[in-house]
Ligand binder design. Sequence first.
Ligand code: FE
Length: 257
Amino acid sequence: MAHTTLFSAPGHANVLIEDYNTGGLAVQANQHVIVHGDAGMILDPGGHKVYSKVLAATLSVLGRAKLKYLFLSHQDPDIVAATNGWLMTTDADAYISDLWTRFVPHFGLDHLVASRLKSIPDRGQTLDLGGCELLIVPAHYLHSCGNFHVYDPISKILYTGDLGASIGVEGVEVTDFDAHIVKMEGFHKRYMASTRALKAWVRMVRGLDIEMIVPQHGLFMRGKPMVTRFLDWLDGLVCGIDLMEDVYRIPPSSKSG
Ligand code: FE
C-alpha cells in the first residue's frame, strides 16, 4: 500500500495515507497518521467507504506502536462517519470539539465505546502522544463552529483540516503557489465562515514555527516561504458571510399569475 512520508526522525513519523476515495461521488480526502515512540494518532479518518482500507493502512504505518488517538477536526461525515468502527477495533480515544460530542452518536456509537469519545474545550488543549506534546489549536468558524487543528512541534507540521484545502488537483504537494490559488479560492470563499475568524487564526499561527501546512483535502504546502505565502493569502482573503449578506432574501415564487 502506498504512503507518503512527510517527515521522519528517530522515533517519530508523519505519514500521509494514500487516498482511497478517488473516482467516487465522495469528496477526495487525505488521512494522516502521526507516530511517536509507541503511540499513534490518526487525523480525520474518514467515512465508511474508506474505513477498512484506511484502518489496514494505519495499522501497517503504526507497526508495533498502538493507536492512542483519533483526532476529529470537526463534525463533517467525511471525518466522523466511521468513528464507531475505529473505537470498536482499537483502544484509541477520539477527540472532537465539545460542540459535537452529542451529535457524533447519530452516526451510530455503541454504548461500549461511548465514553471514549472525548470533548475538546473551545480554547484547545495539548495531547501527549508517547511523550510528544501535540497542540490542539482553535480554528472555529473555519469552517465549522467547533473546529480544531493539530500542531506537531517535532515535524513542525500544522494539520489544518479544511483550511488550505484544494479541490480537483493531482499529486500531493503544491509546487507553484500562484497557480494553486485558483484551486483553493472558491472553496475558501464559500466554506470559510468569516473574514474576522480567518484573520484571528492567521495571527495565532504566526506564533508557531511551521514547516508544512497539511490540509485534509488536496495538496500540502512545504517550506517556510510557501507557508508564509499561504498565511499572507489567507490574511487578505474576504470570505463567508462577508461576501454573502445579499443572499438572505426570500426566494421568489415559481408560480406565475
Ligand atoms: Fe468540513
